[in-house]
Structure formats: structure tokens, C-alpha cells
Design a protein around this ligand. Structure first.
Ligand code: AMP
Ligand code: FE
Ligand code: FE
Ligand code: ZN
Length: 292
């Protein structure tokens, strides 16, 4: 059984519609796939329909923009009730922060002589609910300013870059609780990716997250080298957290993140689903659980 628990569609910064992500997952030989767009559930409906058609098991997910001790951390949430108001309110606050940031980024780019408008970004962001820097990057590519997203992040959009603008992110520990109260489970995404400061997410920090209800750690991810993977796997084992592996597929938006490039072991997935069932029973709510 091949399981990939982290993918993006064009409802956030992936380049393929949700149904095409699922079709591609089936083509890539995956049996289970989670759609985890940034800060939004909007792709779930189309993905579920495609999952039925292609005989793939869909895990309804989301990747929430969080902050912990001043550092940006991405938290994967699986199977939360998408109508749980405290959760949807907080996600809307994050989406509002994204929409407020966008014109400020463009202003900074224009200050540097780059003629870019909100319409240029809308032309590439299509159906995205969660607009972000990758869409600005795509617009810059289209305008011939940079070659690809990576160059856009390095030259303009990354932290410390001339067009970097901060935005609202949820408190990580509070979000772990919100996802649990929504009957879901949470996994810290690519915790020690090079973009993050490793010291921020120490063993002690993970221990505290576990106390707050964290279910797992994304261990196998393209941003983690072999040493990092083995250290995170040890940490997951010590803390009795689920260890996942995923592609973080973004379509053409991220090279080297093909569907199934990393996968989650079936026994780890079963543990995650067991925890989701327990959370669902405790909260009296949740999203559709997968049959395993
Ligand atoms: P945002 O959500 O607007 O803050 O932008 C962050 C997103 O940009 C992440 O989810 C990544 O998918 C993407 N990203 C970050 N760095 C790069 C990069 N160097 N090249 C392509 N995409 C990137
Ligand atoms: Fe992304
Ligand atoms: Fe992420
Ligand atoms: Zn992601």
C-alpha cells in the first residue's frame, strides 16, 4: 500500500486542480493520498469526487500556517470537521492575512521598479483561495523578471528579501488543540527543513506539542537530508509520535516533489487513523474517515 499524506492543488499554491492531483496520484500508483492545501478545505469536494472515480482513498487535510516562538511552522491537519466554527474562523483570519499581504508585496516590488499589479497575480492564481508568494513568483515569471519560483524567492520574496512581508499565522499549540477539538489529528510538516531554524523545534518543544495533542511528525520530506530524517525518526519513536513521509507535491510549482517521492508506512498510517478515530469520538465531530 502506497500512502502520500501531503499534496497541494491550485486552491493554494499547487498548479493542478484537486481532481487532477487525485488522478495523477492514481497514475503514480498511490492507494492513499491526502490533499493538504494551505489554510483551506476548498479542494476537498472535487478531490473526493475524483477519488471515487479513480479508486484512490482520500484523506481530507489542510496545512495550516502557524507560529511558534517567533518561527513560522506548518501544521498538517487531517480529518477535522470542516464546519467547526472556531477552526474555520481561525483559518479565515489566516486567509485574510494572506490577502492583506499581497498588495503590500506588490508595492515593494513596484518600489524596486517592477511593474506588477494585482491583476497580474490574479491571472496566475486562478482558483486559489489561499493566495501566496508562489503566485507572485508565477506572475514575475510571466512578466519575464525571473526564470522560476525559486529565483523569485531568492531575489525578492524570501525572508530578508526586498519584497518580504510578514503575515498573520496561528499559534501552533492553540491550532493543535483546535484541530483536535474539530475531531482531527495534527502532524508537524517538514519541521527541520532548511528554511526553518532547527533550534526552534527542539525535542522539548515536540514534547510540549505532544502534551497539547500532536499526533505526529513529518519525517520523510525532500527538505530533510538522510541525517535529519534519522534524527527525526528517533525523536518520533522516543515521544511515541507517528512518523509520516510525504511528497509535498505542488504540481509544476516545486521540482523534486513528485507524488509518492516519499511515502508513509502503512502501520504508521493506521496509527494516525486510530488517533483520528479517538479524536472524532472524543470531540463528537470530524470529517469522513477513510476505511482501512
Ligand atoms: P506563503 O504561503 O505565501 O508564505 O509562501 C510559502 C510557500 O511558498 C510555501 O508553502 C512553499 O510551497 C513555497 N516556497 C517557499 N520557498 C520556495 C522556493 N524557494 N521555491 C518555490 N516555492 C517555495
Ligand atoms: Fe506551498
Ligand atoms: Fe509546508
Ligand atoms: Zn506543503
Amino acid at each position: 500500500m502506497r500512502i502520500d499524506l501531503h499534496t497541494h492543488s491550485d486552491r493554494s499554491d499547487g498548479t493542478l486542480p484537486p481532481d487532477v492531483v487525485i488522478a495523477e496520484a492514481a497514475r503514480a500508483g498511490l492507494d492513499v493520498v491526502a490533499l493538504t492545501d494551505h489554510d483551506s478545505f476548498d479542494g476537498w469536494g472535487d478531490a473526493a469526487e475524483a477519488a471515487r472515480v479513480h479508486g484512490v482513498t482520500l484523506v481530507r487535510g489542510v496545512e495550516v500556517s502557524c507560529r511558534y516562538a517567533g518561527h513560522g511552522v506548518h501544521l498538517l491537519g487531517y480529518l477535522p470537521d470542516p464546519t467547526y466554527a472556531p477552526l474555520t474562523t481561525e483559518l479565515q483570519r489566516i486567509l485574510d492575512g494572506r490577502n492583506l499581504r499581497l498588495p503590500r508585496i506588490l508595492e515593494r516590488l513596484r518600489d524596486r521598479g517592477i511593474d506588477i499589479t494585482l491583476e497580474d497575480v490574479r491571472a496566475v492564481s486562478h482558483d486559489a483561495t489561499a493566495t501566496g508568494r508562489p503566485h507572485v513568483a508565477d506572475a514575475l515569471v510571466r512578466l519575464g523578471v525571473v526564470q522560476d519560483r525559486t529565483e523569485a524567492f531568492v531575489r525578492y520574496l524570501g525572508p530578508g528579501g526586498p519584497a518580504y512581508v510578514d503575515r498573520y499565522a496561528a499559534d501552533l499549540v492553540a491550532m493543535i488543540g483546535l484541530l483536535r477539538d474539530a475531531g482531527g489529528v495534527s502532524v508537524v510538516a517538514h519541521p527541520w527543513s532548511g528554511r526553518h531554524d532547527q533550534s526552534a523545534l527542539s525535542a522539548e518543544a515536540f514534547s510540549a506539542f505532544r502534551e497539547a495533542g500532536l499526533a505526529g511528525i513529518e519525517v520523510d520530506h525532500q527538505d530533510h537530508d538522510p541525517t535529519t530524517r534519522s534524527r527525526l525518526a528517533d525523536l518520533a519513536r522516543e515521544l511515541d509520535l507517528v512518523a509520516t513521509g510525504s511528497s509535498d507535491f505542488h504540481g509544476a510549482g516545486k521540482v523534486d516533489h513528485d507524488l509518492g517521492v516519499n511515502t508513509t508506512a502503512p502501520e504508521q498510517f493506521e496509527r494516525l487513523m486510530d488517533l483520528a478515530r479517538a479524536a472524532r469520538a472524543a470531540a463528537g465531530r470530524g470529517s469522513d474517515l477513510v476505511p482501512v
